[in-house]
Design a protein around this ligand. Sequence first.
Ligand code: GLU
Length: 418
Amino acid sequence: MSKNVFRMVDNTILKIYNNFPKLNKNLYTYLSKPQNEITVNFTVEIDRKLQNFTGYRIQHNNIMGPYKGGLRYHPNVEVNEVEALSKWMTYKNSLQDIPFGGAKGGLRIDPHQYNNVELKKISEKLTENIVNYIGPEKDIPAPDVGTNAEIMDCMTQKYLDITNTDNYGVFTGKSPNYGGSEFRKEATGTGVAVCIKEWAELKNIELKGKTYILQGLGNVGYYTAKKLKEYGLILIGIGNASGYKYHKEGYDIENIQEFIDKNDEDLCHYPIGKTIDKLGFFSINCDIVIPAALELQICEEEAKNIQAKLIVEAANGPIDEKGDEILNERNIEILPDILTNSGGVLCSYYEWLQNCNNVYYERYLLNQKLEDKFKEKVKQIFDLMEEENIQTMREACYYYSLKRLENEYIKRGYYLPN
Ligand code: GLU
Protein backbone atom coordinates (compact mmCIF):
# COMPACT_ATOMS: atom_id res chain seq x y z
CA MET A 1 0.00 0.00 0.00
CA SER A 2 2.68 2.50 0.98
CA LYS A 3 4.52 1.77 -2.29
CA ASN A 4 1.65 3.53 -4.04
CA VAL A 5 2.02 6.58 -1.83
CA PHE A 6 5.72 6.56 -2.51
CA ARG A 7 5.17 6.75 -6.27
CA MET A 8 2.16 9.03 -6.01
CA VAL A 9 3.87 12.15 -4.74
CA ASP A 10 6.63 12.00 -7.36
CA ASN A 11 4.17 11.18 -10.14
CA THR A 12 2.19 14.29 -9.19
CA ILE A 13 5.32 16.41 -9.52
CA LEU A 14 6.32 14.84 -12.85
CA LYS A 15 2.82 15.42 -14.23
CA ILE A 16 3.01 19.08 -13.21
CA TYR A 17 6.34 19.45 -15.02
CA ASN A 18 4.91 17.85 -18.14
CA ASN A 19 1.84 20.08 -18.13
CA PHE A 20 3.60 23.34 -17.32
CA PRO A 21 6.79 23.88 -19.34
CA LYS A 22 7.16 27.30 -17.70
CA LEU A 23 8.44 25.53 -14.59
CA ASN A 24 12.09 24.44 -14.62
CA LYS A 25 12.04 20.64 -14.68
CA ASN A 26 15.67 20.42 -13.55
CA LEU A 27 14.57 21.37 -10.05
CA TYR A 28 13.13 17.88 -9.73
CA THR A 29 16.67 16.45 -9.63
CA TYR A 30 17.11 18.26 -6.31
CA LEU A 31 13.70 17.21 -5.02
CA SER A 32 13.43 13.59 -6.14
CA LYS A 33 15.43 12.20 -3.19
CA PRO A 34 15.41 13.18 0.47
CA GLN A 35 18.59 14.84 1.68
CA ASN A 36 18.88 12.61 4.75
CA GLU A 37 17.26 9.31 5.66
CA ILE A 38 17.82 8.54 9.32
CA THR A 39 16.92 5.10 10.68
CA VAL A 40 17.45 4.30 14.34
CA ASN A 41 17.06 0.96 16.11
CA PHE A 42 16.72 0.97 19.86
CA THR A 43 15.56 -1.15 22.76
CA VAL A 44 13.13 -0.29 25.56
CA GLU A 45 12.21 -2.31 28.61
CA ILE A 46 8.43 -2.75 28.70
CA ASP A 47 6.79 -4.78 31.41
CA ARG A 48 10.12 -6.38 32.36
CA LYS A 49 10.76 -7.51 28.80
CA LEU A 50 13.02 -5.95 26.19
CA GLN A 51 11.42 -4.76 22.98
CA ASN A 52 13.02 -3.53 19.76
CA PHE A 53 11.86 -0.40 17.98
CA THR A 54 12.78 1.10 14.62
CA GLY A 55 12.33 4.83 14.14
CA TYR A 56 12.67 6.98 11.05
CA ARG A 57 13.32 10.64 10.41
CA ILE A 58 13.39 11.50 6.74
CA GLN A 59 14.65 15.01 6.00
CA HIS A 60 13.57 15.78 2.49
CA ASN A 61 14.65 19.33 1.79
CA ASN A 62 15.78 22.40 3.73
CA ILE A 63 16.34 25.06 1.08
CA MET A 64 13.52 27.14 2.62
CA GLY A 65 14.61 26.74 6.25
CA PRO A 66 14.90 24.06 8.96
CA TYR A 67 13.30 20.70 8.22
CA LYS A 68 9.76 20.52 9.59
CA GLY A 69 7.10 17.86 9.90
CA GLY A 70 5.29 15.44 12.15
CA LEU A 71 6.17 12.19 13.88
CA ARG A 72 3.73 9.36 13.25
CA TYR A 73 3.09 6.35 15.50
CA HIS A 74 1.14 3.77 13.53
CA PRO A 75 1.42 0.01 12.89
CA ASN A 76 1.75 0.56 9.12
CA VAL A 77 4.59 3.09 9.27
CA GLU A 78 7.45 2.18 6.97
CA VAL A 79 10.27 4.03 5.35
CA ASN A 80 8.70 4.63 1.92
CA GLU A 81 5.58 6.08 3.47
CA VAL A 82 7.59 8.41 5.70
CA GLU A 83 9.60 9.54 2.68
CA ALA A 84 6.43 10.41 0.74
CA LEU A 85 5.06 12.28 3.74
CA SER A 86 8.32 14.21 4.12
CA LYS A 87 8.06 15.37 0.51
CA TRP A 88 4.50 16.53 1.02
CA MET A 89 5.77 18.66 3.93
CA THR A 90 8.28 20.45 1.67
CA TYR A 91 5.53 21.30 -0.82
CA LYS A 92 3.03 22.22 1.89
CA ASN A 93 5.41 24.61 3.64
CA SER A 94 6.46 26.23 0.40
CA LEU A 95 2.82 26.66 -0.61
CA GLN A 96 1.99 28.45 2.65
CA ASP A 97 5.15 30.64 2.44
CA ILE A 98 6.44 29.13 5.69
CA PRO A 99 10.25 29.41 6.08
CA PHE A 100 10.67 25.68 6.72
CA GLY A 101 11.71 22.70 4.67
CA GLY A 102 10.08 19.30 4.79
CA ALA A 103 10.61 16.23 6.96
CA LYS A 104 8.63 13.42 8.55
CA GLY A 105 9.31 10.78 11.13
CA GLY A 106 7.68 7.68 12.38
CA LEU A 107 7.65 4.64 14.59
CA ARG A 108 6.00 1.44 13.47
CA ILE A 109 3.96 0.82 16.62
CA ASP A 110 0.34 0.68 17.63
CA PRO A 111 0.21 3.40 20.30
CA HIS A 112 -3.03 1.94 21.70
CA GLN A 113 -1.10 -1.09 22.88
CA TYR A 114 0.99 0.94 25.30
CA ASN A 115 0.03 2.94 28.37
CA ASN A 116 1.13 6.55 28.82
CA VAL A 117 4.17 5.66 30.93
CA GLU A 118 5.36 3.19 28.29
CA LEU A 119 4.75 5.65 25.45
CA LYS A 120 6.77 8.26 27.33
CA LYS A 121 9.64 5.80 27.76
CA ILE A 122 9.61 4.87 24.06
CA SER A 123 9.41 8.53 22.99
CA GLU A 124 12.28 9.55 25.26
CA LYS A 125 14.43 6.76 23.88
CA LEU A 126 13.56 7.84 20.34
CA THR A 127 14.64 11.39 21.25
CA GLU A 128 17.97 10.13 22.57
CA ASN A 129 18.54 8.40 19.25
CA ILE A 130 17.70 11.35 17.01
CA VAL A 131 19.02 14.12 19.24
CA ASN A 132 21.91 15.03 16.92
CA TYR A 133 19.68 15.40 13.90
CA ILE A 134 17.02 17.72 15.34
CA GLY A 135 17.02 21.21 16.88
CA PRO A 136 15.16 24.55 16.66
CA GLU A 137 17.27 25.57 13.70
CA LYS A 138 17.85 22.13 12.24
CA ASP A 139 14.72 19.99 12.25
CA ILE A 140 11.54 20.59 14.24
CA PRO A 141 9.23 17.58 14.71
CA ALA A 142 5.53 17.89 15.61
CA PRO A 143 2.52 15.63 16.20
CA ASP A 144 0.96 13.54 13.45
CA VAL A 145 -1.26 10.43 13.41
CA GLY A 146 -0.89 8.61 16.75
CA THR A 147 1.15 11.28 18.55
CA ASN A 148 0.02 14.23 20.68
CA ALA A 149 1.07 17.17 22.87
CA GLU A 150 2.09 14.94 25.79
CA ILE A 151 4.51 13.05 23.57
CA MET A 152 5.95 16.33 22.23
CA ASP A 153 6.35 17.60 25.81
CA CYS A 154 8.36 14.63 27.00
CA MET A 155 10.52 14.63 23.88
CA THR A 156 11.18 18.36 24.31
CA GLN A 157 12.18 17.85 27.93
CA LYS A 158 14.49 15.01 26.97
CA TYR A 159 16.10 17.06 24.18
CA LEU A 160 16.68 20.06 26.48
CA ASP A 161 18.16 17.81 29.19
CA ILE A 162 20.57 16.07 26.84
CA THR A 163 21.70 19.19 25.00
CA ASN A 164 21.68 21.45 28.05
CA THR A 165 19.81 24.12 26.08
CA ASP A 166 16.56 25.98 26.72
CA ASN A 167 14.80 26.70 23.42
CA TYR A 168 11.44 24.93 23.49
CA GLY A 169 11.15 25.53 19.75
CA VAL A 170 12.79 22.17 19.04
CA PHE A 171 9.32 20.58 18.87
CA THR A 172 5.93 22.12 18.11
CA GLY A 173 2.46 20.93 19.02
CA LYS A 174 3.43 20.95 22.69
CA SER A 175 1.01 21.67 25.51
CA PRO A 176 0.76 25.31 26.66
CA ASN A 177 2.87 24.82 29.79
CA TYR A 178 5.68 23.55 27.57
CA GLY A 179 5.56 26.66 25.40
CA GLY A 180 2.92 25.15 23.15
CA SER A 181 0.23 27.13 21.45
CA GLU A 182 -3.30 27.10 22.84
CA PHE A 183 -4.57 26.86 19.31
CA ARG A 184 -2.35 24.08 17.88
CA LYS A 185 -4.67 21.16 18.71
CA GLU A 186 -7.57 22.64 16.79
CA ALA A 187 -5.48 24.37 14.11
CA THR A 188 -5.45 21.67 11.40
CA GLY A 189 -9.20 21.01 11.59
CA THR A 190 -10.01 24.70 11.83
CA GLY A 191 -7.84 25.31 8.76
CA VAL A 192 -9.74 22.61 6.83
CA ALA A 193 -13.08 24.26 7.62
CA VAL A 194 -11.79 27.78 6.91
CA CYS A 195 -10.45 26.58 3.58
CA ILE A 196 -13.93 25.27 2.64
CA LYS A 197 -15.45 28.59 3.71
CA GLU A 198 -13.05 30.64 1.56
CA TRP A 199 -13.58 28.33 -1.40
CA ALA A 200 -17.36 28.69 -1.04
CA GLU A 201 -17.14 32.47 -0.74
CA LEU A 202 -15.13 32.79 -3.93
CA LYS A 203 -17.57 30.48 -5.70
CA ASN A 204 -20.61 32.24 -4.28
CA ILE A 205 -21.88 29.07 -2.67
CA GLU A 206 -23.99 29.14 0.49
CA LEU A 207 -22.60 26.58 2.97
CA LYS A 208 -25.43 26.66 5.47
CA GLY A 209 -27.54 23.50 5.17
CA LYS A 210 -25.04 21.66 2.95
CA THR A 211 -24.45 18.01 3.86
CA TYR A 212 -21.12 16.24 4.23
CA ILE A 213 -19.53 12.95 5.25
CA LEU A 214 -16.38 12.61 7.33
CA GLN A 215 -13.88 9.74 7.40
CA GLY A 216 -11.60 9.88 10.45
CA LEU A 217 -12.49 10.99 13.95
CA GLY A 218 -9.07 11.91 15.23
CA ASN A 219 -7.93 15.39 16.10
CA VAL A 220 -8.26 16.72 12.53
CA GLY A 221 -11.71 15.22 11.87
CA TYR A 222 -13.13 16.35 15.18
CA TYR A 223 -12.10 20.01 14.92
CA THR A 224 -13.09 20.17 11.26
CA ALA A 225 -16.60 18.99 12.16
CA LYS A 226 -16.81 21.33 15.13
CA LYS A 227 -16.06 24.33 12.96
CA LEU A 228 -18.32 23.19 10.12
CA LYS A 229 -21.16 22.96 12.62
CA GLU A 230 -20.62 26.67 13.33
CA TYR A 231 -21.00 27.32 9.59
CA GLY A 232 -24.29 25.39 9.57
CA LEU A 233 -23.23 22.26 7.65
CA ILE A 234 -24.84 18.91 8.42
CA LEU A 235 -22.78 15.79 9.07
CA ILE A 236 -24.69 12.81 7.67
CA GLY A 237 -22.02 10.08 7.45
CA ILE A 238 -19.08 9.21 9.67
CA GLY A 239 -16.40 6.55 9.74
CA ASN A 240 -13.21 5.45 11.44
CA ALA A 241 -11.09 2.30 11.59
CA SER A 242 -13.94 0.49 13.40
CA GLY A 243 -16.61 1.10 10.73
CA TYR A 244 -19.03 3.50 9.06
CA LYS A 245 -22.42 5.03 9.90
CA TYR A 246 -25.09 6.92 7.98
CA HIS A 247 -27.85 9.11 9.39
CA LYS A 248 -29.75 11.36 7.01
CA GLU A 249 -31.00 13.63 9.81
CA GLY A 250 -27.47 14.53 10.88
CA TYR A 251 -25.00 13.68 13.62
CA ASP A 252 -23.81 15.71 16.56
CA ILE A 253 -20.01 15.59 16.56
CA GLU A 254 -19.59 16.23 20.29
CA ASN A 255 -21.92 13.37 21.11
CA ILE A 256 -20.06 10.98 18.80
CA GLN A 257 -16.71 12.02 20.23
CA GLU A 258 -17.94 11.42 23.76
CA PHE A 259 -19.15 7.95 22.74
CA ILE A 260 -15.95 6.85 21.02
CA ASP A 261 -13.80 8.24 23.82
CA LYS A 262 -15.70 6.05 26.28
CA ASN A 263 -15.82 3.02 23.99
CA ASP A 264 -12.26 2.63 22.78
CA GLU A 265 -12.89 4.39 19.43
CA ASP A 266 -15.64 1.90 18.57
CA LEU A 267 -18.10 3.62 16.27
CA CYS A 268 -20.00 0.49 15.20
CA HIS A 269 -21.96 0.35 18.42
CA TYR A 270 -22.91 4.01 18.31
CA PRO A 271 -26.70 3.78 18.58
CA ILE A 272 -27.70 6.41 15.99
CA GLY A 273 -27.94 5.66 12.26
CA LYS A 274 -27.35 2.73 9.97
CA THR A 275 -24.08 0.77 9.88
CA ILE A 276 -22.68 0.63 6.34
CA ASP A 277 -19.49 -0.50 4.62
CA LYS A 278 -16.70 1.71 3.27
CA LEU A 279 -17.96 1.81 -0.31
CA GLY A 280 -21.49 2.49 0.93
CA PHE A 281 -20.11 5.36 2.95
CA PHE A 282 -18.31 7.01 0.04
CA SER A 283 -21.45 6.54 -2.10
CA ILE A 284 -23.67 8.57 0.25
CA ASN A 285 -25.57 11.31 -1.51
CA CYS A 286 -24.12 14.50 -0.01
CA ASP A 287 -22.50 17.81 -0.99
CA ILE A 288 -18.97 17.38 0.42
CA VAL A 289 -16.73 14.39 1.20
CA ILE A 290 -13.97 14.90 3.79
CA PRO A 291 -11.38 12.14 4.15
CA ALA A 292 -9.53 12.98 7.39
CA ALA A 293 -7.90 9.63 8.18
CA LEU A 294 -4.99 8.11 6.26
CA GLU A 295 -3.58 7.84 2.73
CA LEU A 296 -5.13 5.96 -0.20
CA GLN A 297 -8.74 5.83 0.95
CA ILE A 298 -10.46 6.98 -2.25
CA CYS A 299 -9.42 4.64 -5.05
CA GLU A 300 -11.09 3.59 -8.32
CA GLU A 301 -14.33 2.18 -6.90
CA GLU A 302 -14.89 4.94 -4.36
CA ALA A 303 -14.11 7.63 -6.97
CA LYS A 304 -16.66 6.16 -9.39
CA ASN A 305 -19.36 6.16 -6.74
CA ILE A 306 -18.87 9.49 -5.01
CA GLN A 307 -21.99 11.66 -5.33
CA ALA A 308 -20.61 14.91 -3.93
CA LYS A 309 -19.34 17.82 -6.01
CA LEU A 310 -16.44 18.60 -3.67
CA ILE A 311 -13.80 16.52 -1.91
CA VAL A 312 -11.69 18.08 0.80
CA GLU A 313 -8.42 16.29 1.56
CA ALA A 314 -7.99 16.78 5.30
CA ALA A 315 -5.65 13.77 5.48
CA ASN A 316 -2.37 13.58 3.57
CA GLY A 317 -2.77 11.72 0.26
CA PRO A 318 -6.25 10.24 0.78
CA ILE A 319 -6.99 9.95 -2.97
CA ASP A 320 -4.86 7.57 -5.03
CA GLU A 321 -3.76 8.31 -8.61
CA LYS A 322 -6.53 6.39 -10.33
CA GLY A 323 -9.10 7.93 -7.99
CA ASP A 324 -7.78 11.41 -8.76
CA GLU A 325 -7.99 10.77 -12.51
CA ILE A 326 -11.60 9.55 -12.28
CA LEU A 327 -12.68 12.44 -10.07
CA ASN A 328 -11.11 14.95 -12.46
CA GLU A 329 -12.90 13.32 -15.39
CA ARG A 330 -16.14 13.48 -13.44
CA ASN A 331 -15.52 17.20 -12.77
CA ILE A 332 -15.59 16.70 -9.03
CA GLU A 333 -13.56 19.44 -7.39
CA ILE A 334 -10.78 18.61 -4.94
CA LEU A 335 -9.30 20.88 -2.29
CA PRO A 336 -5.83 19.31 -2.12
CA ASP A 337 -4.11 18.16 1.07
CA ILE A 338 -1.06 20.43 0.84
CA LEU A 339 -3.41 23.39 1.06
CA THR A 340 -6.33 22.05 3.08
CA ASN A 341 -4.47 20.56 6.04
CA SER A 342 -1.69 23.16 6.21
CA GLY A 343 -3.31 24.92 9.20
CA GLY A 344 -1.41 22.55 11.52
CA VAL A 345 2.05 23.41 10.34
CA LEU A 346 1.09 27.07 9.99
CA CYS A 347 0.22 27.16 13.67
CA SER A 348 3.40 25.18 14.40
CA TYR A 349 5.33 27.97 12.71
CA TYR A 350 3.69 30.55 14.99
CA GLU A 351 4.49 28.35 18.00
CA TRP A 352 8.15 28.12 16.92
CA LEU A 353 8.28 31.91 16.49
CA GLN A 354 6.88 32.34 19.99
CA ASN A 355 9.45 29.96 21.48
CA CYS A 356 12.43 31.43 19.61
CA ASN A 357 11.46 35.02 20.44
CA ASN A 358 10.04 34.46 23.90
CA VAL A 359 6.72 36.06 23.04
CA TYR A 360 3.15 34.89 23.47
CA TYR A 361 0.28 35.16 20.99
CA GLU A 362 -3.29 34.90 22.30
CA ARG A 363 -5.60 32.26 20.92
CA TYR A 364 -7.88 34.74 19.13
CA LEU A 365 -4.88 36.26 17.37
CA LEU A 366 -3.66 32.86 16.13
CA ASN A 367 -7.16 32.05 14.92
CA GLN A 368 -7.28 35.37 13.09
CA LYS A 369 -3.84 34.92 11.56
CA LEU A 370 -4.84 31.47 10.30
CA GLU A 371 -8.12 32.73 8.81
CA ASP A 372 -6.36 35.65 7.08
CA LYS A 373 -3.67 33.38 5.70
CA PHE A 374 -6.18 30.93 4.23
CA LYS A 375 -8.28 33.72 2.78
CA GLU A 376 -5.25 35.15 1.02
CA LYS A 377 -3.93 31.76 -0.11
CA VAL A 378 -7.19 30.39 -1.55
CA LYS A 379 -7.68 33.64 -3.48
CA GLN A 380 -4.08 33.51 -4.72
CA ILE A 381 -4.63 29.94 -5.98
CA PHE A 382 -7.88 30.92 -7.74
CA ASP A 383 -6.09 33.85 -9.42
CA LEU A 384 -3.19 31.63 -10.46
CA MET A 385 -5.59 29.15 -12.05
CA GLU A 386 -7.02 31.93 -14.15
CA GLU A 387 -3.69 33.55 -15.07
CA GLU A 388 -1.95 30.30 -16.06
CA ASN A 389 -5.03 28.47 -17.29
CA ILE A 390 -4.65 25.71 -14.69
CA GLN A 391 -7.56 23.27 -14.44
CA THR A 392 -7.34 21.86 -10.92
CA MET A 393 -6.54 23.30 -7.51
CA ARG A 394 -4.04 20.50 -6.91
CA GLU A 395 -2.04 21.52 -9.98
CA ALA A 396 -2.23 25.19 -9.03
CA CYS A 397 -1.01 24.53 -5.48
CA TYR A 398 1.94 22.48 -6.73
CA TYR A 399 2.68 25.07 -9.42
CA TYR A 400 2.89 27.80 -6.77
CA SER A 401 4.95 25.66 -4.41
CA LEU A 402 7.43 24.50 -7.05
CA LYS A 403 7.86 28.02 -8.42
CA ARG A 404 8.82 29.29 -4.96
CA LEU A 405 11.31 26.46 -4.50
CA GLU A 406 12.72 27.12 -7.97
CA ASN A 407 13.20 30.82 -7.21
CA GLU A 408 14.97 29.98 -3.98
CA TYR A 409 17.38 27.58 -5.71
CA ILE A 410 18.12 30.22 -8.36
CA LYS A 411 18.57 32.96 -5.75
CA ARG A 412 21.10 30.82 -3.91
CA GLY A 413 23.07 30.18 -7.08
CA TYR A 414 22.38 26.47 -7.56
CA TYR A 415 23.02 25.02 -10.99
CA LEU A 416 19.62 24.92 -12.71
CA PRO A 417 19.99 24.96 -16.52
CA ASN A 418 17.01 26.06 -18.57
N1 GLU B 1 1.79 16.49 10.98
C1 GLU B 1 1.23 17.69 10.47
C2 GLU B 1 1.22 17.70 8.96
O1 GLU B 1 1.22 16.67 8.33
C3 GLU B 1 1.84 18.94 11.07
C4 GLU B 1 3.32 19.07 10.95
C5 GLU B 1 3.91 20.21 11.78
O2 GLU B 1 3.19 20.88 12.50
O3 GLU B 1 5.12 20.36 11.68
O4 GLU B 1 1.12 18.73 8.34
